[in-house]
Design a protein around this ligand. Structure first.
Ligand SMILES: Nc1nc2c(ncn2[C@@H]2O[C@H](COP(=O)(O)OP(=O)(O)OP(=O)(O)O)[C@@H](O)[C@H]2O)c(=O)[nH]1
Length: 446
């Protein structure tokens, strides 16, 4: 539980990964392959071991200046509309006593500038139970709205395929093609069609029945991955590392999560480990200010492992509940950039051997099938423990989450369907499946 008196149990609801989901120690070359090496590594010797990528090496999914400005403006807008109603953060103590880093870290105590609001009333027990948000009125409508582009492709396709009344080989084949072109992946498409065939072949069907059957099949694939991240318990500070390719939405996701958790009483430190992009640091700082969280950054181009080390140390000194660490975007096929993540983890472990407690891979839905190779690469290199998929509102490729769920036993924690804090939702398998196929209600509710 968070230590602040006004704390409610942190309910951004989440369970521990299911048995089949790989644990941090099972799926990572980074964390476990060479335990002795990790134990012996020092922050002082790591900088030489990993080359800092140069400007020209920076992956080409870089975010444009316009996008950066838009994200910053959006973050500020969001906050204006959404001023947090409580002030839970104690003034951070001076945490700049970095053991073996000479670069100055800047700490931000954001509390004084923010409006003082009424103390937070503890939410009712129902509101803090896992999945509470997914059961609130309007949740399904928001999911449907967010997935509109993906669902209209599928729903329109189903309606045009099922013009005949009987389910025959031709309609099944067309359905399979539609599912593949909607990014669900060939094996899911085939399995789903086989199951629908078993029960309904040569029977009269409506497009609505097919949508319902499809939603059920998709729910079956997604349900085992429905793992809401419960950050209210466990080690303190809980160290959460966010990884992913450039522009996938890491910084924004951290900001959104910090807003949610701060509102529930968590005492959070945000660490701007994306030291390659000054705008990302600024962006995170804005989120930290508005979420009333502590903030730690370093000068442009500084060593991100050193920053991560400082962040965990500072969060420990300040008795923070959580430290959320941003990292620079990196392409999954760039070995040196991926190696740098290993260095970040080694640095964190010098302070807290059991950390990072979560490694969240942030995936951009608009990349479609490429997200699969990102999971593959980050899972093995960074010891990913869970997923967040963003930008589902901006693409017809949302079905790729089904392909990922089918292929990788990793919990899906949140989905992003917009740029604002309230657009990050805990992942609900049935709501996602129903919204994806264009059903008008969450008919398969848990
Ligand atoms: N429409 C939409 N946009 C999003 C969502 N999540 C993030 N974005 C936007 O995506 C852009 C990139 O997000 P960032 O959070 O800066 O991405 P990042 O992964 O930190 O980027 P790097 O620092 O370059 O690695 C910003 O303009 C965000 O506002 C989402 O769910 N929906």
């Amino acid at each position: 539980m968070f230590s602040d008196a006004s704390n409610t149990e942190l309910s951004v609801p989440i369970k521990e990964p299911a048995g089949e989901s790989p644990s941090l120690s099972e799926n990572t070359t980074l964390l476990d392959a060479e335990p002795e090496t990790v134990a012996e590594a020092t922050i002082d010797d790591t900088p030489e071991a990993v080359e800092t990528p140069s400007e020209t090496e920076t992956p080409d999914i870089a975010i444009s200046e316009d996008e950066t400005k838009a994200a910053l403006a959006l973050a500020e807008d969001t906050f204006e509309e959404d001023t947090p109603a409580y002030d839970i953060t104690e003034n951070p103590k001076d945490g700049s006593d970095s053991a073996d880093n000479t670069e100055a870290s800047s700490t931000l105590d954001v509390t004084p500038d923010l409006p003082v609001a009424a103390p937070l009333e503890a939410p009712a027990q129902d509101d803090i139970s896992p999945m509470a948000e997914t059961k609130k009125p309007g949740f399904f409508a928001r999911m449907t709205q967010g997935l509109q582009r993906s669902s209209s492709k599928l729903a329109d396709g189903i309606s045009s395929v099922f013009t005949k009344k009987k389910l025959d080989d031709d309609t099944l084949e067309e359905l399979e093609d539609l599912l593949i072109s909607s990014d669900l992946g060939a094996s899911v498409a085939m399995r789903v069609c086989d199951n629908i065939r078993k029960d309904r072949f040569d029977k009269e069907v409506t497009d609505e029945e097919i949508k319902q059957a499809l939603a059920q099949e998709i729910t079956n694939v997604l349900k085992p991955r429905e793992e809401i991240l419960d950050l209210s318990d466990g080690p303190s500070p809980r160290v959460v590392l966010f990884v992913g390719v450039n522009g996938s939405g890491k910084t924004t996701t951290i900001g959104k999560i910090a807003s949610k958790l701060s509102a529930q009483g968590a005492n959070i430190l945000l660490a701007a480990g994306d030291t390659f992009r000054a705008a990302a640091v600024e962006q995170l700082k804005v989120w930290a200010e508005r979420a009333n969280a502590g903030f730690l950054s370093r000068p442009d181009g500084a060593d991100s492992a050193g920053l991560a080390y400082d962040a965990v140390k500072q969060a420990t000194t300040e008795n923070r509940d959580l430290v959320l660490i941003d990292t620079a975007g990196r392409l999954q096929n760039r070995t040196e950039l991926m190696d740098e993540l290993a260095k970040v983890v080694r640095a964190i472990r010098k302070i807290e051997p059991t950390a990072p407690h979560e490694v969240i891979l942030v995936l951009d839905a608009t990349v479609g099938q490429n997200a699969l190779s990102q999971v593959e690469a980050f899972k093995h290199t960074a010891g990913v423990t869970g997923l967040v998929m963003t930008k589902l509102d901006g693409t017809a490729k949302g079905g790729v989450l089904v392909a990922i769920a089918d292929k990788h036993a990793l919990p899906i924690h949140f989905v992003g369907i917009g740029e604002k804090a309230e657009d990050l939702h805990p992942f609900s398998a049935s709501a996602f499946a129903n919204a994806l196929v264009g059903l008008s209600d969450d008919v398969t509710k848990q």
